[in-house]
Design a protein around this ligand. Structure first.
Ligand SMILES: *[C@@H]1O[C@H](CO)[C@@H](O)[C@H](O)[C@H]1NC(C)=O
Ligand SMILES: *[C@@H]1O[C@H](CO)[C@@H](O)[C@H](O)[C@H]1NC(C)=O
Ligand SMILES: *[C@@H]1O[C@H](CO)[C@@H](O)[C@H](O)[C@H]1NC(C)=O
Length: 529
């Protein structure tokens, strides 16, 4: 075997000297060598190991094999492997995949194990994982190990990788209320998330401006609350498609229905849900947050979340709870009377807590867990001990790292987003700022640090729609993806710059219109596509 392999090495080593391995995100442990093999689209196959728990028919892996065949060789249909004639010894003709436990029809969860081991050696290309989710991460890594000569020949170096994520929750938030994002935008984003090993799609479905979620219990919500009920809604079929598309890529869908604030678009569809604001002694004709003093509000929420909890199969729902504006509640005499009756004085945080606690009880009773924005914690709402608190405010009431310390010292699990608002743009390489954040860089015990389950990059939609979503997301979100996957010690900016620039070119090759990091060019001319 040394014969032809060595020949290739000698012939091409000079041509490709200095080409560093360019994985994104960087694996936990890797050994590479200058020894390399060729891969031919005509003969290469993904195969299940005979003793793998997953076998042909496994939806997650069957489809992943198809996808990665496309990623590596293009969508062209290649003839099956050549049956006659010996392959040159230096050619790798298959990647053998062994998954230890079945679970092809399951959903990924916060507890999913994503570890994998990938070996490219003289003997074989071999991918070992406890779960199909780990196998997906390994397939992505395999696809990034393959490199191309200018003539288009494919190579892969002798490599050994052992990999696993640093954090189990690595999310990306999209906001489909400020601007509607057509279904293909969401599905394409899920593809690129998988390239980055993100595993949670936080779907901020609805907000003040529009209500695109089509509810079967309350069809008036999207009929009256969406931008256009004919074209700007997500039907039950769309939602199913997003969930399955995400599942096949090992991505959870965390649906957010934010209340009691951020709900103006709910108003037209459910009469009496929102608080009428007063101007003096008269209703002003405008509306504020959800009305927390009416039984009908909670009856509605019970029915609505009963539906939502069956539509979205993930154990967790995101219940929002951020930025409740008290002005309207303060103006309303019925609310003032209720406050008096309850002995809340003029502390409207207590009224907010009253609402949120009742809602959390409703959602708990449906058998769901929940994630909430940090205000719920800041305002001392009594929540279940297994609640996950998402930190989004950079400085108030305290610096976000201090907030992480407070939340975890109270025993709650935390998610970090504050420094990762990708919708905020500045001149220059802002990815470096995202990259240098460490979610555990707060003062706290090991037990506290263990309560940080990860974080999310957020792309709020005020200035983003389908025209600019992709270049604004990629490769900037990749900085967050690597921070959440790779080892704590992987922080070298030059090393990251080289790999991220390369990854950006690879994204172009894969048809993703990712923006440039800085001055330069991609070796292959994909920028024109
Ligand atoms: C792969 O092999 C080539 C040719 O020997 C070498 O130039 C390159 O640095 C190797 N890449 C890695 C990641 O080891
Ligand atoms: C995954 O890797 C982590 C880190 O090495 C380890 O603690 C954990 O036990 C591994 N899980 C499995 C199922 O191999
Ligand atoms: C609201 O529900 C509570 C508890 O079930 C009940 O005591 C109260 O009378 C109800 N209020 C109205 C206005 O129906």
């Amino acid at each position: 075997m040394a014969g032809s392999g060595l020949w290739f090495s000698l012939l091409l080593a000079a041509a490709f000297a200095g080409r560093a391995v360019a994985l994104w995100p960087w694996p936990q442990s890797i050994r590479t060598s200058n020894w390399f093999y060729t891969i031919s689209p005509h003969s290469f196959q993904f195969k299940y190991h005979a003793s793998s728990a997953a076998q042909p028919g496994c939806s997650v892996l069957d489809e992943a094999f198809q996808r990665y065949r496309g990623v590596l060789f293009g969508s062209e249909v290649w003839p099956g492997p050549a049956r006659t004639g010996k392959q040159p010894m230096s050619e790798k003709t298959s990647l053998i995949v062994l998954v230890v436990t079945p679970g092809c029809e399951e959903l990924p969860s916060l507890e999913s194990v994503e570890n994998y081991t990938l070996t490219v050696s003289d003997e074989q290309c071999f991918l070992l994982s406890a779960t199909v989710w780990g196998a997906l991460r390994g397939l992505e890594t395999f696809s990034q190990l393959v490199w191309r000569s200018p003539e288009g020949t494919l190579f892969i170096n002798k490599t050994e990788i052992e990999d696993f994520p640093r954090f189990p929750h690595r999310g990306l938030l999209l906001d489909t209320s400020r601007h509607y994002l057509p279904l293909p935008s969401i599905l394409d984003t899920l593809d690129v998330m998988a390239y980055n090993k993100f595993n949670v799609f936080h779907w901020h479905l609805v907000d003040d401006p529009s209500f695109p979620y089509e509810s079967f219990s309350f069809p008036e919500l999207s009929r009256k609350g969406s931008y256009d009920p004919a074209t700007h809604i997500y039907t039950a079929q769309d939602v199913k498609e997003v969930i399955e598309y995400a599942r096949l890529r090992g991505i959870r869908v965390l649906a957010e229905f934010d209340t009691p604030g951020h709900t103006l678009s709910w108003g037209p569809g459910v009469s009496g849900l929102l608080t009428p604001c007063y101007s003096g002694s008269q209703p002003s004709g405008t509306f504020g947050p959800v009305n927390p003093i009416l039984n009908s509000t909670y009856e509605f929420m019970s029915s609505f979340f009963l539906e939502v909890s069956s539509v979205f199969p993930d154990f967790y729902l995101h219940l929002g709870g951020d930025e409740v504006d008290f002005t309207c509640w303060k103006s309303n005499p019925d609310i003032q009377a209720f406050m008096k009756k309850k002995g809340f004085g003029d502390d409207f945080k207590q009224l907010e807590s009253y609402y949120i606690q009742t809602l959390l009880n409703i959602v708990s009773a449906l058998g769901k867990g929940y994630v909430v924005w940090q205000e719920v914690f800041d305002n001392k709402v009594k929540v279940r001990p297994d609640t996950i608190i998402q930190v989004w405010r950079e400085e108030l009431p305290v610096n976000y790292l201090k907030e992480m310390a407070l939340i975890t010292s109270a025993g709650f699990r935390a998610l970090l987003s504050a420094p990762w608002y990708l919708n905020r743009i500045t001149y220059g390489q802002d990815w470096k700022v995202y990259y240098l954040v460490d979610p555990l860089e707060f003062e706290g015990s090991a037990e506290q640090k263990a309560l940080v389950i990860g974080g999310e990059a957020c792309m709020w939609g005020e200035y983003v729609d389908t025209t600019n979503l992709v270049p604004r997301l990629w490769p900037r979100a990749g900085a967050v993806a690597e921070r959440l996957w790779s080892n704590k010690g992987v922080t070298d900016l030059d090393f990251a710059f080289k790999r991220l620039s390369h990854f950006r070119c690879e994204l172009l090759r894969r048809g993703v219109q990712a923006q440039p990091l800085s001055v330069g060019y991609c070796e292959q001319e994909f920028e024109q596509t």
